[in-house]
Design a protein around this ligand. Structure first.
Ligand SMILES: Nc1ncnc2c1ncn2[C@@H]1O[C@H](COP(=O)(O)OP(=O)(O)OP(=O)(O)O)[C@@H](O)[C@H]1O
Length: 303
Protein backbone atom coordinates (compact mmCIF):
# COMPACT_ATOMS: atom_id res chain seq x y z
CA UNK A 1 0.00 0.00 0.00
CA UNK A 2 1.26 3.44 -0.93
CA UNK A 3 -0.25 6.52 0.68
CA UNK A 4 0.54 10.10 -0.32
CA UNK A 5 -0.78 13.03 1.68
CA UNK A 6 -0.40 16.60 0.51
CA UNK A 7 2.72 15.66 -1.42
CA UNK A 8 4.60 18.60 -2.96
CA UNK A 9 7.87 18.82 -4.91
CA UNK A 10 9.35 22.10 -6.02
CA UNK A 11 12.49 22.54 -8.09
CA UNK A 12 13.29 26.23 -7.61
CA UNK A 13 10.36 28.17 -9.06
CA UNK A 14 8.98 25.05 -10.76
CA UNK A 15 6.34 23.05 -8.87
CA UNK A 16 6.64 19.53 -10.30
CA UNK A 17 4.13 17.95 -7.89
CA UNK A 18 1.48 20.16 -6.36
CA UNK A 19 -0.24 18.94 -3.19
CA UNK A 20 -1.35 15.46 -4.27
CA UNK A 21 -2.99 12.84 -2.07
CA UNK A 22 -3.76 9.30 -3.18
CA UNK A 23 -3.74 5.66 -2.09
CA UNK A 24 -2.44 2.76 -4.17
CA UNK A 25 -4.17 -0.36 -2.88
CA UNK A 26 -3.02 -3.98 -2.69
CA UNK A 27 -4.46 -6.71 -4.89
CA UNK A 28 -4.79 -4.59 -7.99
CA UNK A 29 -2.72 -2.97 -10.69
CA UNK A 30 -2.84 0.81 -10.47
CA UNK A 31 -1.74 2.71 -13.55
CA UNK A 32 -0.09 6.11 -13.28
CA UNK A 33 -0.73 8.28 -16.33
CA UNK A 34 -0.10 11.82 -17.42
CA UNK A 35 1.45 13.86 -20.21
CA UNK A 36 5.22 14.37 -20.37
CA UNK A 37 6.38 16.49 -17.46
CA UNK A 38 3.20 15.87 -15.42
CA UNK A 39 5.23 14.75 -12.40
CA UNK A 40 4.95 10.95 -12.52
CA UNK A 41 8.66 10.14 -12.23
CA UNK A 42 9.10 12.79 -9.53
CA UNK A 43 6.28 11.20 -7.52
CA UNK A 44 7.74 7.71 -7.95
CA UNK A 45 11.17 8.96 -6.91
CA UNK A 46 9.69 10.47 -3.74
CA UNK A 47 7.93 7.18 -2.94
CA UNK A 48 11.26 5.34 -2.88
CA UNK A 49 13.17 8.11 -1.12
CA UNK A 50 15.28 9.22 -4.09
CA UNK A 51 13.76 12.70 -3.88
CA UNK A 52 12.73 14.48 -0.72
CA UNK A 53 9.23 16.02 -0.71
CA UNK A 54 9.13 19.83 -0.35
CA UNK A 55 5.97 19.29 1.69
CA UNK A 56 3.57 16.51 2.66
CA UNK A 57 4.51 12.86 3.01
CA UNK A 58 4.36 9.55 1.30
CA UNK A 59 4.48 6.15 2.99
CA UNK A 60 4.87 2.60 1.79
CA UNK A 61 3.20 -0.08 3.89
CA UNK A 62 2.68 2.55 6.61
CA UNK A 63 6.19 4.03 6.83
CA UNK A 64 8.32 6.40 4.76
CA UNK A 65 10.63 4.33 2.51
CA UNK A 66 13.77 5.35 4.41
CA UNK A 67 12.26 4.26 7.73
CA UNK A 68 12.08 0.63 6.61
CA UNK A 69 14.99 -1.43 7.95
CA UNK A 70 15.07 -3.65 4.87
CA UNK A 71 13.40 -1.61 2.09
CA UNK A 72 13.98 -4.21 -0.68
CA UNK A 73 11.61 -6.51 1.22
CA UNK A 74 8.92 -3.80 1.28
CA UNK A 75 9.17 -2.14 -2.13
CA UNK A 76 10.70 -3.21 -5.41
CA UNK A 77 11.22 -0.44 -7.93
CA UNK A 78 12.13 -0.22 -11.58
CA UNK A 79 12.81 3.45 -12.16
CA UNK A 80 15.61 3.55 -14.71
CA UNK A 81 16.40 0.24 -16.37
CA UNK A 82 19.74 1.59 -17.63
CA UNK A 83 21.03 2.39 -14.13
CA UNK A 84 23.16 -0.76 -13.82
CA UNK A 85 26.88 -1.49 -13.74
CA UNK A 86 27.36 -2.47 -17.40
CA UNK A 87 30.56 -4.47 -16.84
CA UNK A 88 28.87 -6.99 -14.53
CA UNK A 89 26.96 -10.04 -15.58
CA UNK A 90 23.23 -10.04 -14.85
CA UNK A 91 23.79 -12.70 -12.18
CA UNK A 92 26.53 -10.70 -10.45
CA UNK A 93 24.54 -7.46 -10.67
CA UNK A 94 21.62 -9.13 -8.88
CA UNK A 95 23.93 -10.90 -6.43
CA UNK A 96 25.55 -7.57 -5.45
CA UNK A 97 22.13 -6.02 -4.84
CA UNK A 98 20.97 -9.08 -2.94
CA UNK A 99 24.06 -8.95 -0.69
CA UNK A 100 23.01 -5.53 0.67
CA UNK A 101 19.99 -7.26 2.23
CA UNK A 102 21.49 -10.60 3.13
CA UNK A 103 19.54 -12.22 0.29
CA UNK A 104 21.22 -15.39 -0.97
CA UNK A 105 22.17 -16.71 -4.41
CA UNK A 106 19.17 -19.05 -4.47
CA UNK A 107 16.75 -16.11 -4.55
CA UNK A 108 18.88 -14.53 -7.29
CA UNK A 109 18.44 -17.70 -9.35
CA UNK A 110 14.71 -17.62 -8.60
CA UNK A 111 14.19 -14.07 -9.90
CA UNK A 112 16.30 -14.87 -12.98
CA UNK A 113 13.96 -17.75 -13.71
CA UNK A 114 10.88 -15.67 -12.88
CA UNK A 115 11.86 -13.06 -15.47
CA UNK A 116 13.06 -15.47 -18.15
CA UNK A 117 16.71 -14.36 -18.04
CA UNK A 118 18.32 -17.82 -17.63
CA UNK A 119 20.01 -17.83 -21.04
CA UNK A 120 21.69 -14.44 -20.55
CA UNK A 121 22.34 -14.48 -16.79
CA UNK A 122 26.10 -14.99 -17.29
CA UNK A 123 26.39 -12.28 -19.96
CA UNK A 124 27.55 -8.73 -19.32
CA UNK A 125 24.70 -6.30 -18.82
CA UNK A 126 26.38 -3.78 -21.14
CA UNK A 127 25.44 -5.92 -24.13
CA UNK A 128 21.78 -6.32 -23.14
CA UNK A 129 18.94 -5.27 -25.41
CA UNK A 130 16.39 -2.84 -24.03
CA UNK A 131 14.00 -5.73 -23.42
CA UNK A 132 16.54 -7.76 -21.45
CA UNK A 133 17.45 -4.63 -19.48
CA UNK A 134 13.78 -4.14 -18.54
CA UNK A 135 13.52 -7.78 -17.45
CA UNK A 136 16.69 -7.38 -15.37
CA UNK A 137 15.21 -4.26 -13.74
CA UNK A 138 12.08 -6.21 -12.87
CA UNK A 139 14.20 -9.12 -11.56
CA UNK A 140 16.01 -6.65 -9.29
CA UNK A 141 12.71 -5.22 -8.08
CA UNK A 142 11.53 -8.74 -7.18
CA UNK A 143 14.67 -9.71 -5.22
CA UNK A 144 13.26 -8.98 -1.77
CA UNK A 145 9.87 -10.56 -2.61
CA UNK A 146 8.27 -7.19 -1.83
CA UNK A 147 4.56 -6.60 -1.19
CA UNK A 148 4.71 -3.39 -3.24
CA UNK A 149 6.11 -2.88 -6.74
CA UNK A 150 6.70 0.42 -8.50
CA UNK A 151 7.48 0.20 -12.19
CA UNK A 152 8.17 3.33 -14.26
CA UNK A 153 7.50 2.60 -17.95
CA UNK A 154 8.15 -1.17 -17.65
CA UNK A 155 7.09 -1.85 -21.25
CA UNK A 156 9.16 0.97 -22.72
CA UNK A 157 10.90 -0.35 -25.84
CA UNK A 158 9.66 -3.92 -25.47
CA UNK A 159 8.52 -6.01 -28.43
CA UNK A 160 4.92 -7.33 -28.41
CA UNK A 161 5.97 -10.56 -26.68
CA UNK A 162 7.76 -8.56 -23.96
CA UNK A 163 4.76 -6.26 -23.51
CA UNK A 164 2.48 -9.29 -23.09
CA UNK A 165 4.90 -10.83 -20.62
CA UNK A 166 4.92 -7.68 -18.44
CA UNK A 167 1.10 -7.53 -18.57
CA UNK A 168 0.71 -11.13 -17.43
CA UNK A 169 3.47 -10.77 -14.86
CA UNK A 170 2.03 -7.68 -13.14
CA UNK A 171 -1.51 -9.12 -13.24
CA UNK A 172 -0.15 -12.23 -11.53
CA UNK A 173 1.62 -10.13 -8.88
CA UNK A 174 -1.61 -8.25 -8.13
CA UNK A 175 -3.55 -11.52 -7.94
CA UNK A 176 -1.13 -12.60 -5.20
CA UNK A 177 -2.30 -9.57 -3.21
CA UNK A 178 0.65 -7.29 -3.97
CA UNK A 179 0.39 -3.57 -4.60
CA UNK A 180 1.45 -2.78 -8.17
CA UNK A 181 1.93 0.82 -9.30
CA UNK A 182 3.07 1.34 -12.87
CA UNK A 183 3.37 4.15 -15.37
CA UNK A 184 3.12 3.88 -19.12
CA UNK A 185 2.34 6.05 -22.11
CA UNK A 186 0.82 3.09 -23.95
CA UNK A 187 -2.91 3.62 -23.40
CA UNK A 188 -4.09 0.45 -25.12
CA UNK A 189 -1.78 -1.54 -22.87
CA UNK A 190 -2.80 0.32 -19.73
CA UNK A 191 -6.46 -0.34 -20.56
CA UNK A 192 -5.92 -4.10 -20.42
CA UNK A 193 -3.32 -4.18 -17.62
CA UNK A 194 -4.59 -1.79 -14.94
CA UNK A 195 -7.65 -2.04 -12.71
CA UNK A 196 -7.42 1.49 -11.40
CA UNK A 197 -5.86 4.69 -12.72
CA UNK A 198 -4.39 7.80 -11.24
CA UNK A 199 -4.00 10.53 -13.85
CA UNK A 200 -1.69 13.45 -13.23
CA UNK A 201 -1.70 16.74 -15.14
CA UNK A 202 0.72 19.60 -14.40
CA UNK A 203 1.56 18.12 -11.03
CA UNK A 204 -2.06 17.67 -9.91
CA UNK A 205 -4.41 14.69 -9.82
CA UNK A 206 -7.05 15.02 -12.51
CA UNK A 207 -8.55 11.53 -12.12
CA UNK A 208 -8.35 8.72 -9.56
CA UNK A 209 -10.85 6.00 -10.47
CA UNK A 210 -11.33 2.47 -11.83
CA UNK A 211 -10.29 2.12 -15.50
CA UNK A 212 -13.87 1.33 -16.56
CA UNK A 213 -15.21 4.51 -14.93
CA UNK A 214 -12.55 6.65 -16.59
CA UNK A 215 -13.36 5.19 -20.02
CA UNK A 216 -17.12 5.55 -19.48
CA UNK A 217 -16.87 9.06 -18.07
CA UNK A 218 -14.58 10.55 -20.65
CA UNK A 219 -16.40 9.64 -23.82
CA UNK A 220 -19.94 9.57 -25.19
CA UNK A 221 -21.06 6.35 -26.84
CA UNK A 222 -20.72 6.36 -30.61
CA UNK A 223 -22.45 4.25 -33.26
CA UNK A 224 -21.08 3.42 -36.69
CA UNK A 225 -23.75 3.22 -39.38
CA UNK A 226 -23.34 2.09 -42.98
CA UNK A 227 -26.16 2.77 -45.38
CA UNK A 228 -26.55 3.28 -49.12
CA UNK A 229 -28.64 6.33 -48.11
CA UNK A 230 -26.25 7.76 -45.54
CA UNK A 231 -26.86 11.40 -46.50
CA UNK A 232 -30.64 11.04 -46.21
CA UNK A 233 -30.20 9.36 -42.81
CA UNK A 234 -27.81 12.08 -41.64
CA UNK A 235 -30.40 14.74 -42.52
CA UNK A 236 -33.10 12.88 -40.57
CA UNK A 237 -30.89 12.51 -37.51
CA UNK A 238 -29.64 16.10 -37.46
CA UNK A 239 -30.24 17.72 -34.05
CA UNK A 240 -28.20 20.07 -31.88
CA UNK A 241 -27.28 17.37 -29.33
CA UNK A 242 -26.34 14.74 -31.93
CA UNK A 243 -22.99 14.76 -33.73
CA UNK A 244 -22.83 13.08 -37.14
CA UNK A 245 -19.44 12.62 -38.79
CA UNK A 246 -19.08 11.15 -42.28
CA UNK A 247 -15.91 9.09 -41.86
CA UNK A 248 -15.98 7.43 -45.30
CA UNK A 249 -18.39 7.05 -48.21
CA UNK A 250 -21.70 5.67 -46.96
CA UNK A 251 -20.55 5.57 -43.32
CA UNK A 252 -21.71 7.81 -40.46
CA UNK A 253 -20.22 8.00 -36.97
CA UNK A 254 -23.07 9.12 -34.73
CA UNK A 255 -22.65 10.41 -31.17
CA UNK A 256 -25.64 11.21 -28.98
CA UNK A 257 -28.16 8.65 -30.25
CA UNK A 258 -28.23 4.94 -29.43
CA UNK A 259 -28.12 2.19 -32.06
CA UNK A 260 -31.76 1.25 -31.35
CA UNK A 261 -32.92 4.84 -31.95
CA UNK A 262 -30.99 5.05 -35.22
CA UNK A 263 -32.37 1.68 -36.39
CA UNK A 264 -35.96 2.64 -35.55
CA UNK A 265 -35.64 5.98 -37.35
CA UNK A 266 -34.20 4.30 -40.44
CA UNK A 267 -36.98 1.67 -40.44
CA UNK A 268 -39.64 4.36 -40.11
CA UNK A 269 -38.34 6.03 -43.27
CA UNK A 270 -37.64 2.83 -45.19
CA UNK A 271 -33.87 3.42 -45.22
CA UNK A 272 -31.75 0.29 -45.59
CA UNK A 273 -29.00 -0.17 -43.01
CA UNK A 274 -26.00 -2.37 -43.87
CA UNK A 275 -24.16 -1.92 -40.57
CA UNK A 276 -25.13 -0.60 -37.13
CA UNK A 277 -22.29 -1.02 -34.65
CA UNK A 278 -21.99 0.57 -31.20
CA UNK A 279 -18.33 1.59 -30.86
CA UNK A 280 -16.64 0.89 -27.55
CA UNK A 281 -14.90 3.95 -26.18
CA UNK A 282 -11.15 3.69 -25.77
CA UNK A 283 -9.00 4.70 -22.84
CA UNK A 284 -6.96 6.76 -25.28
CA UNK A 285 -9.97 8.94 -26.15
CA UNK A 286 -10.94 9.34 -22.49
CA UNK A 287 -7.35 10.16 -21.57
CA UNK A 288 -7.03 12.76 -24.33
CA UNK A 289 -10.24 14.43 -23.17
CA UNK A 290 -9.10 14.39 -19.53
CA UNK A 291 -5.65 15.79 -20.15
CA UNK A 292 -6.50 18.24 -22.95
CA UNK A 293 -5.90 21.19 -20.62
CA UNK A 294 -2.85 19.72 -18.92
CA UNK A 295 -0.48 19.08 -21.78
CA UNK A 296 2.76 20.97 -21.25
CA UNK A 297 4.27 20.40 -24.70
CA UNK A 298 1.54 20.61 -27.30
CA UNK A 299 2.00 19.82 -30.97
CA UNK A 300 -0.14 21.26 -33.73
CA UNK A 301 -2.55 18.76 -35.27
CA UNK A 302 -1.34 17.45 -38.63
CA UNK A 303 -3.47 18.93 -41.38
N1 LIG B 1 15.82 17.66 -11.09
C1 LIG B 1 14.93 18.50 -11.63
N2 LIG B 1 15.18 19.83 -11.66
C2 LIG B 1 14.30 20.71 -12.19
N3 LIG B 1 13.10 20.37 -12.71
C3 LIG B 1 12.80 19.07 -12.72
C4 LIG B 1 13.69 18.05 -12.19
N4 LIG B 1 13.08 16.86 -12.33
C5 LIG B 1 11.90 17.08 -12.94
N5 LIG B 1 11.73 18.41 -13.17
C6 LIG B 1 10.55 19.04 -13.78
O1 LIG B 1 9.41 18.61 -13.06
C7 LIG B 1 8.32 18.33 -13.95
C8 LIG B 1 7.85 16.92 -13.74
O2 LIG B 1 8.82 16.02 -14.29
P1 LIG B 1 8.67 14.43 -14.25
O3 LIG B 1 9.89 13.86 -14.86
O4 LIG B 1 8.31 13.99 -12.89
O5 LIG B 1 7.43 14.22 -15.21
P2 LIG B 1 6.88 12.86 -15.83
O6 LIG B 1 5.40 12.92 -15.65
O7 LIG B 1 7.60 11.71 -15.28
O8 LIG B 1 7.23 13.06 -17.37
P3 LIG B 1 7.62 11.96 -18.51
O9 LIG B 1 6.32 11.34 -18.91
O10 LIG B 1 8.17 12.83 -19.58
O11 LIG B 1 8.59 11.02 -17.92
C9 LIG B 1 8.81 18.64 -15.35
O12 LIG B 1 8.41 19.94 -15.72
C10 LIG B 1 10.31 18.55 -15.22
O13 LIG B 1 10.94 19.41 -16.15
Amino acid sequence: MITAEGLVKRYGAKTAVNDISFTVRPGQVTGFLGPNGAGKSTTMRMIVGLDRPSDGRVTVNGKPYAAHRAPLHEVGALLDAKAVHTGRTAFNHLLAMAATHGIGASRVREVIELTGLESVARKRVGGFSLGMGQRLGIAAAMLGDPATLILDEPVNGLDPEGVLWVRQFVRHLASEGRTVFLSSHLMSEMAVTADHLIVLGRGEIIADAPVADIIAGGTRPRVRVRSPHASQLADLIAAPEIAVVRSEAGVLEITGLEASGIGDLAALHGIAIHELTPQSASLEEAYMALTADSVEYRTEAVR
